[in-house]
Design a protein around this ligand. Sequence first.
Ligand code: NAP
Length: 345
Amino acid sequence: MEVTNRYIVIKAKIDGKPQESDFEFKTETLSLPINPVSNDIIVKNLCISIDPYQINRMKTVSASQKTSEFAAGISPGEAIIAFGVGKVVASHNPKFEKGDYVVGHISWGEYSISQGFILNKLDPMGFPLSYHVGILGLAGLTAYAGFFEVCKPKKGEKVFVSTACGSVGNLVGQYAKNFGCYVVGCAGSAKKVKLLKEKLGFDEAFNYKEETDLNLTLKRYFPDGIDIYFDNVGGEMLDAAISTMNSHGRVALCGIISEYTNAGKRAAPDMLSVMYKSITIQGFLVGNYLYLFPEFLKLTIDHLRTGKMHVLEDVSFGLESVPSAFVGLFRGDNVGKRCVQISQD
Ligand code: NAP
């Protein structure tokens, strides 16, 4: 079998904020080798996850690039591996049959060729395919593992979440509320703040772009201090959260998006506070928590079916929309999990 594949590449390394003009479209022919024991499969890409971490793979240099295979640098002209859902259209691999849904590593293109590395069969269980890159996929597991395993919450604790209207952040807030915590989120627009309070059940939310002194802001929302900070942004928000934290507070360092496109920016938390308040700051990668997937899925599906969790997704359509969907992450355009539906099932 042979397919014509349109796919997206970077034209050159990207060292600042990405722009749509940094990307170009290419065309290739994909075919299975003559040898039927090659293990290769061809996947029709259906839904691609659009993720901030990809920018660190596109840089000339990033400390992230040598940490794991997920984070390896991307060269200009090379296919961009990404998480997503697809359907097998041809297989030489005994693990996969034509027609199987798969989830895992595919690419920013119409088709992917794979030997099944970081790719598994998917049972959609009656849910839309997009849920399996979001709430029931790696985004959900990131929120679940980061909150329950890294932060080790207790009922009644006070939790602060940044980028709370984003893919991971909104789920952290929902898990924390369902668990019995007091939850405050910050986000970058009035529309997002309203959604957090009125739809997702956050106790409070604020627009960080309208605040001039983040220390005062956090003290206003947490007069008794923060117990848990789920950090998606780094920078000055991390500094302010540390200064507002209670003794034995925990910070789950999930992401530092405010620093991804600004090489000169660094969080500089007050380390005396960290020491004297015995605060734990723990970076984590979702890839190290895959063992939690079954319990994560069980709880999340239960919450979905009983209406305790809401799905917040931001879906655009067609391969052409991938560059703008990606670039928009760094402007705060997305509300919830951003993904692109490449093709109808
Ligand atoms: P997301 O929150 O859905 O989207 C990115 C959001 O970041 C934007 O909507 C915007 O929201 C905010 N943002 C963009 N530029 C910013 C800046 N300069 N300063 C402050 N906020 C900015 O993305 P996500 O997929 O859920 O990822 C959230 C974070 O978690 C990212 O840092 C990501 O790299 C990280 N992550 C880590 C893991 C892991 O294994 N550790 C896994 C998945 C994701 P506002 O409108 O609120 O500004």
